[in-house]
Design a binder for this molecule. Structure first.
Ligand code: FAD
Length: 502
């Protein structure tokens, strides 16, 4: 039997964040002789939201070799140290999900176990005081982390806020310089091959036919290939993640200060994001259409933004869930075409990143085999479900009085894996990270405690360490973090010095 022909052409359909991230990463294949083409339509707008990220985006940019300051200045970008949750636990409450870790473990026992013990005795303040990102975030300050583990600054971690359309343009320039060919045109038809149902070509308006071997569907919620042509199927998670609409509007910044965090404020029928960039602030109200009308949701958004709206509000419809197969036949779906776990923890761009990395790691260079495809699908499903559960936690563990949505999500049964995590933490503050789960223990601890799931006790091993030593350590960590944060420049000054918008 002769070996299958190597794959020599990849067609990416769609030029939003997903399309251009894929093109930039797959440009590496061009050097191996694979032709990479991106087809996008100027007549169909990109979604235009998706401006908050999580720290692994730095690895993606780093792998491409992007210069951070240049990237930030060309995307009007800023720094994100975490998310500030207002009113999620209950009205008037506030907590932070910071990116860095809490304190330092002692004798192999997790820091938060010691914190729990001291907090119960009234000898520790709230856990955020023992996190450098949270401390800097509250002061509006930032400096990049240093690699030296002996430096307190090694405890920092950060991500970006950026203008999504500028990021796509930035990656486009990178990808085209790397040999990716862009074709402008609206896809009119997707042509399937008789014998195996693979996509063999797409036809553009005006009858231009583009053939390929591997197709990457980045057409956003339209999912033209993976769903429109292949009918892959969608698993809805709306019974858990009930918000299904968003209204978004950018505003002009009213002050020079740029806050280093995304703000997520709970409202009666959903929540509102605030994402500060250099030139403007991105705002959006995510809501459940069963509980509030579009007009009312828009009015709530406008009443709660600072600054003047820069354009008319944009209304978006979505459904939380996942494509049943992210890779079906010879089509791999990335971005919104592959599914969506609502925007609360800014994970969508990250899942594009991991989708492209997985595709490169499992690239079907010798033709399509179920082995690679199944592994890709298994990993994609697991990651999306883990992210889903983390997001559900924010909704479910609420004590809010106002809003029918909040009562429903509080009372609903949650996925079994999440129920187990909550029960284990509630008991002795224990947490285990499974299968390369995206969110680390510190993230779960931040949100579990933030949503008032307080462990009823602590790991007994915490009692084995001298209490005086533990208290001294905690006091010192808090003090060192406070001083380190106070010594950092204000974020807007750091930006002005390093990466002002061009
Ligand atoms: P799109 O941006 O919709 O791009 C689709 C592309 O396909 C366009 O180029 C379009 O021209 C092309 N296309 C479509 N049909 C055709 C056709 N027939 N012919 C040719 N081309 C076609 N993610 C985060 O990580 N952080 C966030 O803070 C965040 N916030 C969000 C808030 C909301 C309310 C929503 C809904 C999503 C948010 N996301 C966020 C997700 C994020 O917006 C997306 O993951 C990201 O923008 C990628 O979108 P995309 O490229 O898949 O789709």
């Amino acid at each position: 039997m002769s070996a299958p022909e190597p794959i020599s052409s990849v067609i990416i359909v769609g030029g939003g964040t997903a399309g251009w991230m894929a093109a930039a990463a797959l440009a590496r294949l061009v050097r191996t002789g694979v032709k990479v083409t991106l087809v996008e339509s100027d007549a169909i707008a990109t979604i235009g939201v998706g401006e908050a990220t999580i720290p692994p985006i730095r690895n993606f940019n780093g792998l491409l070799g992007l210069d951070e300051n240049d990237f930030l200045s060309k995307t009007q970008g800023s720094i994100k140290l975490g998310i500030d949750f207002i009113g999620w636990t209950r009205e008037g409450h506030r907590y932070t999900h910071p990116f860095g870790e809490f304190g330092l473990d002692i004798e192999g026992v997790k820091f938060h176990q010691f914190w729990r013990k001291l907090y119960a005795a009234g000898q520790a303040s709230w856990i955020e005081d023992y996190n450098l990102c949270a401390t800097a975030q509250k002061l509006g300050r930032f400096t990049p982390p240093v690699p030296d583990p002996n430096s307190v600054l090694s405890r920092l971690n950060y991500a970006y806020h950026f203008d999504a359309s500028l990021y796509a343009a930035y990656l486009r320039a990178y990808a085209e310089a790397g040999g990716v060919v862009r074709i402008e045109g609206k896809v009119d038809a997707v042509n399937l091959r008789g014998e195996d149902g693979h996509v063999e070509a797409i036809t553009l308006e005006g009858d231009r036919r583009i053939e390929g071997e591997l197709f990457v569907d980045c057409t956003g919620f339209r999912a033209l290939l993976i769903e429109g042509a292949l009918g892959t199927g969608f698993e809805s998670w709306r019974h858990w993640l009930q918000c299904d609409r968003a209204v978004a509007v950018p505003t002009a910044s009213t002050s020079r200060a740029i806050t280093p965090f995304t703000q997520a404020t709970a409202h009666r029928a959903g929540w509102q994001w605030r994402i500060p960039l250099q030139h403007r602030v991105g705002n959006g109200h995510v809501y459940c259409s069963d509980d509030i009308s579009d007009d009312e949701a828009t009015a709530t958004l406008i009443a709660n933004v600072d600054g003047v709206p820069l354009r008319d509000p944009l209304l978006l419809h979505f459904e939380a869930g996942r494509r049943k197969l992210a890779w079906n036949r010879n089509v791999v779906a990335l971005g919104l075409a592959s599914g969506f776990v609502e925007p609360l923890e800014s994970t969508s761009i990250h899942m594009i990143q991991t989708g492209v990395s997985k595709l490169l790691a499992l690239f079907p260079d010798r033709g399509f085999s179920p082995v690679e495809r199944d592994e890709y699908n298994r990993q994609s499903q697991l990651q999306m479900e883990q992210v889903r559960d983390f997001v559900i936690l924010h909704y479910h563990a609420n004590e809010r009085r106002e809003g029918e949505l909040w009562r429903r999500v509080r009372e609903m049964p949650v996925p079994e894996a999440l129920a187990r995590k909550i029960a284990l933490f509630r008991n002795r503050g224990r947490f285990f990270r499974h299968d390369d789960e995206l969110f680390a223990e510190s993230s779960w601890v931040a949100v579990l405690l933030g949503q008032n799931i307080m462990p009823s006790g602590w790991d007994p091993l915490a009692d084995a360490v001298d209490p005086a030593l533990v208290r001294q350590r905690l006091d010192r960590i808090r003090e060192v973090y406070r001083r380190a944060a106070e010594a950092m420049p204000r974020l807007e000054d750091w930006i002005a010095r390093n990466c002002p918008a061009q």
